[in-house]
Design a binder for this molecule. Structure first.
Ligand code: 6PG
Length: 258
């Protein structure tokens, strides 16, 4: 049963965003699963594949459990293609690996064809070569055109970072048009972050997506949410994210500060 959510429309650095505020992480995760299922349904009426870029971190873990459990049979996995918005540049079996977590939490438990799952190639070194290889994967999948993911899932760091774009790697410097942009970057995260070596979609690659859905819960995200969503011209990385069709922020009350 979907919990009632408060919703509002706002502008974030001039881009419309739909914000939905949920009582807790469970209600947020259920609604995020329904959002994904609805987006897949709508998209597959227009095309025969749905490209989804996953987020790392702990925010999606309940969503991923739902995808492997009660929602498993509501998704046509043979028409889904899974990518990552970022990953730590560590082996898949490293506890810090985003792809490792996603495989454990749902990919190993759903009937998606293995050739339709595109983990970031953390076995290619150096990291710059791995980023370039993933860019080639995107070029190939999107037939040489800029990556137009049907949905990008994003979490939000307490410092306002998204994917592996941290305030110190100021996104404005990478705000070139998607045609000229590097779509996948090897990033050395700030020293306060571990692991530091990361692979990440660039901001232009994220913003060229059809839909972006943020899933943000917990009081520790309150300040970042306030600075990004509740102030019109924030300068944290999350404020620079938009989408070509729909930008949604799903937050729980703790992150919204009510
Ligand atoms: C990562 C994520 C990162 C994450 C935020 C929030 O690789 O760590 O992609 O951007 O979404 O750090 O992390 P939590 O969901 O664990 O709070």
């Amino acid at each position: 049963m979907l919990e009632k959510a408060d919703s509002l429309r706002t502008a974030i650095r001039g881009h419309e965003a739909l914000v939905r505020i949920f009582p807790d992480k469970e209600a947020l995760s259920l609604a995020a699963a329904e959002y994904l299922i609805g987006a897949v349904e709508t998209t597959l009426q227009e095309q025969d594949a749905f490209s989804l870029a996953l987020t790392g971190g702990s925010s999606p873990n309940r969503l991923y459990e739902l995808l492997a459990g009660p929602c498993r049979d509501r998704i046509p996995w043979d028409q889904l293609h899974l990518f990552w918005g970022d990953d730590r540049y560590v082996p898949r079996d490293d506890p810090a690996s985003n792809q490792g977590a996603a495989f454990r939490q749902f990919i190993d438990h759903v009937p998606i064809p293995a050739e339709q799952v595109y983990p970031m190639p953390v076995d290619i070194s150096p990291a710059e070569a791995a980023a370039a290889a993933y860019q080639e994967t995107l070029l190939d999948f999107f037939d040489g055109a800029p990556p137009t993911f049907d949905l990008v899932l994003l979490g939000l760091g307490g410092d306002g970072h998204i994917a592996s774009l941290f305030p110190e790697n100021h996104p404005e410097r990478s705000l070139t048009s998607v045609d000229e942009a590097t779509w996948v970057q090897a990033i050395l995260a700030p020293a306060r972050v571990s692991p530091r070596s990361r692979l990440t979609l660039s901001l232009p690659a994220i913003n060229w997506s059809r839909r972006v859905l943020f899933i943000v819960h917990g009081a520790q995200k309150q300040e970042a949410v306030r600075k990004i969503v509740r102030e019109p011209n924030g300068t944290l990385p999350g404020a620079y994210v938009h989408a070509r069709r729909q930008l949604c922020w799903y937050v729980d009350k703790a992150a919204w500060g009510v």
